[in-house]
Design a protein around this ligand. Sequence first.
Ligand code: NAD
Length: 377
Amino acid sequence: MNFSIALVPGDGIGPEVIAPATEILDAIGDIYGHVFHYVELEAGGKAIDSAGEPLPQETLEAAKQCDALLLGAVGGPRWETLPGHLRPERALLGLRSGLGVFANLRPAVLLPQLKDACPLKDEVLAASHPEGKPTFDLLIVRELTGGLYFGTRGRSEDGKTAFDTETYSWMEVERVLRAGYAAATVRRKKLCIVDKANVLESSRFWREVAAVVSKDYPDIETSYLYVDNCAMQLIRAPGQFDVIVTSNLFGDILSDEASVLTGSIGMLPSASLGSPQDPLAKNGHPMGMYEPIHGSAPDIAGQDRANPLATILSAAMMLRYSFGLEKEAHAVEAAVSAVLDAGLRTQDIARRTSTPGSEKIVGTKAMGAAVLKELSR
Ligand code: NAD
């Protein structure tokens, strides 16, 4: 089959992590008989430099024509002093809302090979795991196109007051909850709604919607947790969670916290999905924007030190969710796992206490090449 992919390498380490991901997609194409056609687009800092704005209209329009979008990262110190509407990160918000990708799936899994990179003690991990194992496997579903990041914001005339607004419609809450329930249905059938309903009206509204929507999923155990408690529980007992559904702001923060437990932010992929019924959906599969959850990491950019696995695993999610290629997605994930089994580590996932001989520290290119070699075996 043929697929078109809007490719936004972006800034900082973005192009470095996108390069191995496309090589791996091409290898998948060769092995399984697909053709991936890339449409390279500018957004973020690069677009500010070349077009004077973070998300040129041509970029968005071209992305809409493609089957899915794969993004590295945008931003960096060079553009940090620009006014808010011209900052590179604006491109992310524009792409997410323009493509209608409202459900951000962020899996956080502690791979057995990376157990030593997790800062939690084995006994802490095991205590909350259903089978007493020192690991966890959770999925954060973050609402992506509403809430505080898209609400009315501003300053008073005298400049002495600023405000942002958390606004959610019934439809926005319902569709992300349904995305969470759909995910929970094929996982361990537990869904936790994280909010601040003891203080925020918008959170109490989420609970009202959830009370109605949850009736359609009687086999899923629904629970509720305040966000401050959730932040604590993620560290105290991550194994208790299966699927967490939460707002844009809370999901942003909690998924970064969860990423630390997996060993490194360089390991975590994400998929942002629209509805399969949207006009941009192709062949019954939702439009999707796929990206690692990390940023452009200016501190290590251009040094061949970035971990490309989060981006490679994001490409695997693209194969699964937007192209319906489950076997191919699994092949990429298995190749990543095999490379980790063989002891290859980028610096960020290297053992804190090193055991000589058991690990080999490699750079971005060598890690990508190893996954590619594993795939072609
Ligand atoms: P960051 O995720 O870029 O970096 C945080 C830390 O994690 C750094 O120490 C970095 O070296 C490390 N890190 C990140 N990705 C890594 C990888 N793949 N391998 C190894 N180490 C990795 O977050 P930040 O420093 O807060 O932000 C830097 C820039 O990125 C800012 O301009 C920010 O706005 C932007 N940003 C972009 C996105 C995005 O494009 N989706 C997301 C977050 C931040």
